[in-house]
Design a protein around this ligand. Structure first.
Ligand code: SF4
Length: 300
């Protein structure tokens, strides 16, 4: 039976990440954010670290060249990367510098230099209408949210980040404008994030730009990975109204649940929790009684 859990730290706003957690497992959201336990830092993956670092180098360059956004400090931005392994961190930063310089060589940054207004790293809170939401928008270019992404960056994969990726992002040069598939089909998580940004900036057209850093490493005939073939896929589109309406409903349900302190703690086998059957325990699995019970059963 669902039961009320003690809320030590109430949720005061919804972010794209907390919505994702709530949809994945409400108990995870509770353990992670509401139970008053110490905050857990996620380690950045190589792809996430490269995405953040490229974005940081670009933000610092653009704000310096344009002479605006004086609050932007490169080191503060880079400090958002959480990597304990210093060799990996160095690899991510070195790779990102190369990519940022390539973007410059390809004149890919011109839209950011020539735009009428570029706002960088803005934290925006909206408390009405509807549930309170919060987000940090990397770039607002003439009012349109722009986010840097990097989906996969593994050294020895034949096709990065998954087979077929190169077909989706078929391009002949370094920049591929408007990949043919819509972002809500290829990556609903990104689409949800960009709809949030539209809400925060009070746009109702769900317009967005995503600059996706892609890498295709094709091995030679001997199977040795070649130098990476770097590309920039520019997604410049709108998320559909139907997707946005669905997201609105999800936010309203989550808000009703977390503010009504009505967290569902049904055992995993009866719920929608995605870790079943614990093939991929979540970041708070060591705090989860259901997961511990499962491990005990396995030991018996
Ligand atoms: S281990 Fe599974 S059931 Fe437990 S909190 Fe994490 S996702 Fe939920």
């Amino acid at each position: 039976m669902p039961m009320k859990l003690p809320i030590i730290k109430p949720i005061t706003y919804i972010s794209p990440t907390s919505l994702k957690q709530w949809k994945s497992c409400q108990y995870m959201l509770y353990l992670y954010r509401m139970a008053g336990m110490p905050y857990i830092e996620f380690e950045s993956s190589m792809a996430a670290a490269i995405g953040t670092a490229v974005e940081s180098y670009v933000a610092a360059y653009v704000s310096k060249t344009r002479g605006d956004n004086p609050h932007i400090k490169l080191q503060t931005l880079l400090d958002k990367i959480k990597m304990l392994d210093q060799d990996k961190l160095k690899e991510a930063l070195d790779t990102s510098k190369i990519i940022a310089n390539k973007l410059l060589e390809m004149n890919a940054l011109l839209p950011l230099l020539e735009a009428g207004e570029v706002l960088i790293g803005r934290e925006i809170y909206r408390h009405s209408p509807g549930p309170a939401i919060l987000g940090i928008i990397d770039f607002l270019v003439d009012g349109i949210p722009l986010d840097f992404k990097c989906r996969g960056w593994n050294k020895i994969q034949k096709v990065s980040p998954y087979r077929g990726y190169g077909i989706i992002y078929k391009s002949t040069g370094g920049i591929n404008n408007k990949p043919s598939t819509s972002i809500e089909e290829t990556n609903p998580e990104w689409a949800a994030q960009l709809v949030f940004y539209n809400w925060l900036t009070e746009r109702d057209d769900n317009q967005y730009k995503i600059w996706e850093i892609c890498r295709f490493s094709s091995p030679d005939s001997a199977g040795t990975p070649a130098e990476y073939d770097f590309r920039l896929a520019i997604h410049d589109n709108r998320v559909s109204k139907a997707f946005s309406e669905e997201l609105t409903k999800d936010c309203e349900s989550m808000w009703e649940s977390v503010t009504g302190l009505d967290i569902d703690v049904l055992p995993p086998e009866y719920s929608q929790w995605k870790c079943i059957p614990f093939h991929s325990p979540c970041i708070v699995a060591d705090r989860c009684s259901a997961y511990r019970d499962h491990l005990d059963e396995e030991m018996e």
